[in-house]
Design a protein around this ligand. Structure first.
Ligand SMILES: C[S@@+](CC[C@H](N)C(=O)[O-])C[C@H]1O[C@@H](n2cnc3c(N)ncnc32)[C@H](O)[C@@H]1O
Length: 188
């Protein structure tokens, strides 16, 4: 039992490496020529990975400090730019992007349904919304979630994989194919 709990805790508490991998995992869903929006881009790692695949990438983040750092780290990459913006009111036209990424940021959004609605609004018909985030399916993750809600400013909550999938499905367009991979990004 103790061994099981330790294994479970290790799986949750090794996120640094897993989150580094996440940018690459999200890029699997991109096509050459995509115009990509990376929401909650932070310092822009997923945006930079996306820029190596896609035609053009815009990273957007609530924090102007994150955007300043993202711009610095992307110097020399010609097809990526960064803007300050809130997922609740994305400063982009309807259908402006063929793919929207959200890497390790969904648990920060106070109104998840609104966030998905906004990200979907920014998608062109036939576009892909790809969300990768930690989930609370494991007991250790639920414990970590409770602690993070107390100690980490901006941490709203982790969701179970099925809840995350349901948010995406509620907004998916007729004919779309929501997909889920355990511990991996979800695409709709
Ligand atoms: C854990 S970081 C993830 C950064 C990056 N996507 C990555 O995978 O490394 C979460 C980011 O979400 C941003 N964020 C939080 N609330 C947001 C909101 N309402 N709108 C846009 N970005 C937000 C934070 O400023 C932070 O940079």
């Amino acid at each position: 039992m103790i061994r099981h709990r330790l294994t479970e805790a290790r799986r949750v508490l090794q996120p640094a490496a897993r989150l580094r991998d996440q940018a690459e995992a999200l890029a699997d869903y991109l096509n050459v020529g995509d115009t990509v929006l990376d929401v909650g881009c932070g310092t822009g790692r997923a945006s930079r990975v996306a820029a190596s695949v896609a035609g053009a990438v815009v990273g957007v983040d609530l924090s102007s400090q994150m955007i300043a750092k993202a711009r610095e780290l992307a110097i020399g990459i010609g097809n990526v730019r960064f803007d300050v913006g809130d997922v609740d009111r994305l400063p982009f036209d309807d259908g402006a992007f063929t793919a929207v990424l959200c890497s390790n940021a969904f648990h920060h959004y106070p109104d998840p349904q609104r966030a998905v609605a906004e990200m979907t609004r920014a998608l062109a018909p036939g576009g892909r919304l790809v969300v990768g985030d930690a989930c609370s399916d494991l007991t250790a993750a639920r414990i970590a979630d409770r602690i993070l809600r107390l100690v980490e400013p901006g941490h709203v909550r982790l969701y179970r994989a099925a809840e995350l999938g349901a948010f995406l499905q509620q907004r998916s367009r007729p004919g779309s194919r929501p997909r889920s991979r355990g511990g991996r990004p979800q695409a709709a």
